[in-house]
Ligand binder design. Structure first.
Ligand SMILES: *Cc1c(COP(=O)(O)O)cnc(C)c1O
Length: 398
């Protein structure tokens, strides 16, 4: 028999951590979705207007993508059956990579299992312990983990602060073999856009490598083609990382750039090379998504029209929506308890918008964060604005 007391004490650190999270307002009672993605969804068994998904263009439940998946399963089966470099690269993968490179206007692209893996591959391939990475303080967890895994020295610069970046490059770069500047394109908690033109210029001046993670920019900025098109910086950033799981509505990541860069990352990307390739269904759905976005900007235009309408309405009501330049809209509330309460009351009123607090955002900067999409109708947006107004007045936020 095991000594159950001893075994139990051994796990106390887990209890303590989970209790600390609970006290900080993180209860891990995640909402459970009972319907396909869309403007209206069933969440915890209740039909509500959805403002929480990254499905910017409504492709996650699009008929063209669903049809592509059905055909792919009949033609290719359900699994790739091997890692990409061994025996798992299917014709579908190569076709998608060509289409992605065309769409982004790069020489080449590599399709990975997720955006997280794309960052792990990109960052670890470029650097090792002789190198330095300059990383924005609000960069995504997958960038942070890629940097840690690379064993390069990590220098964090103040969020979007080019004077701080310049000073830190001058101070640290001389001590290392090579350097990389790495940034999210669109920051997912505030909706602001990295000053990529200035970053590119600084990098050129100091002969630094550059990587941008455009997870929230693809399908959104630059008529849907992403942040490089937004700034007119095509070819000026060494590595473009992205995801097929947000605006593209499916799953997967992408590393794009010059042929040389993509070949190199493909050769060095352990997270990709030792993990099985994406399924034919996913790959085919991504292909259909890229086709849709290559053919028309209609969905992107609708996304921006909805975003403009909603933001104007929220500002008129007197909410503090911060510095957003994109469809991501934070509603700043301060304390996490208020953000949770606000979100719960919105849910009662039929609107799904989660409250976020520390450690996802800084302490005292809790918020309800919503994401506009092309799926919402004008009536949906009016419904949401009414709910925000009602709850905002009730909780004395406006
Ligand atoms: C969502 C996200 C990722 C991860 O992408 P997945 O495809 O979901 O793994 C990476 N970077 C940023 C900035 C993201 O927002």
């Amino acid at each position: 028999m095991l000594n159950s007391k001893l075994v139990d004490n051994k796990l106390d650190f887990m209890r303590e951590l989970l209790e600390a999270y609970r006290q900080a307002g993180l209860d891990f009672n995640v909402p459970v979705i009972g319907s396909p993605a869309g403007a209206w969804m069933v969440v915890n068994s209740k039909r509500v207007l959805n403002f929480c998904s990254n499905d910017y263009l409504g492709l996650a439940n699009h008929p063209a993508l669903k049809e592509a998946v059905k055909q792919a399963v009949d033609r290719w089966g359900v699994g790739a059956a091997a890692v990409r470099f061994f025996a798992g690269t299917q014709e579908l993968h190569l076709e998608l990579e060509r289409r992605l490179a065309d769409f982004k206007g790069t020489e080449a692209a590599m399709y990975t299992q997720t955006g997280f893996i794309a960052n792990l591959c990109g960052v670890t391939a470029l650097l090792d312990s002789q190198d330095v990475v300059f990383s924005d303080s609000l960069n995504h967890a997958s960038i942070v983990d890629g940097a840690r895994l690379s064993r390069a020295k990590i220098i964090v610069y103040e969020h979007c602060d080019m004077a701080d970046l310049r000073a830190k490059i001058k101070e640290h770069l001389p001590n290392y073999r090579r350097g990389l500047v790495i940034t999210d394109g669109v920051f997912s908690m505030d909706g602001d856009i990295a000053p990529l033109d200035e970053i590119a210029a600084l990098a050129e001046e100091h002969d630094l490598l550059t990587l941008v993670d455009d997870a929230h920019g693809e399908g959104v900025l630059g008529q849907g083609r992403g942040i490089l098109h937004h700034f007119g910086l095509e070819g000026k950033i060494d590595v473009e990382v992205g995801t097929l799981s947000k605006a593209f509505g499916v799953i997967g990541g992408v590393v794009a750039g010059k042929q040389l860069v993509v070949d190199y990352v493909r050769a060095q990307g352990r997270a990709q090379n030792y993990s099985t390739a994406t399924t034919p269904a996913d790959t085919a759905a991504c292909l259909a998504a890229v086709s849709l976005l290559s053919d028309s900007t209609e969905l992107v235009d609708r996304l921006w029209a909805n975003t403009g309408y909603f933001k104007t309405g929220m500002k008129k009501l007197g909410f503090d929506i911060g510095v957003t330049q994109t469809p991501i809209v934070p509603i700043h509330l301060g304390e996490v308890s208020l953000a949770k309460q606000f979100s719960a009351r919105l849910f009662d009123e039929g609107v799904f918008a989660v409250g976020l607090g520390y450690p996802i955002v800084p302490r005292g900067a809790a918020r309800v964060r919503i994401i506009n999409t092309a799926t919402h109708s004008r009536g949906d947006l009016d419904f949401a604005l009414l709910a925000f107004e009602k709850v905002g007045r009730e909780l004395r936020v406006i």
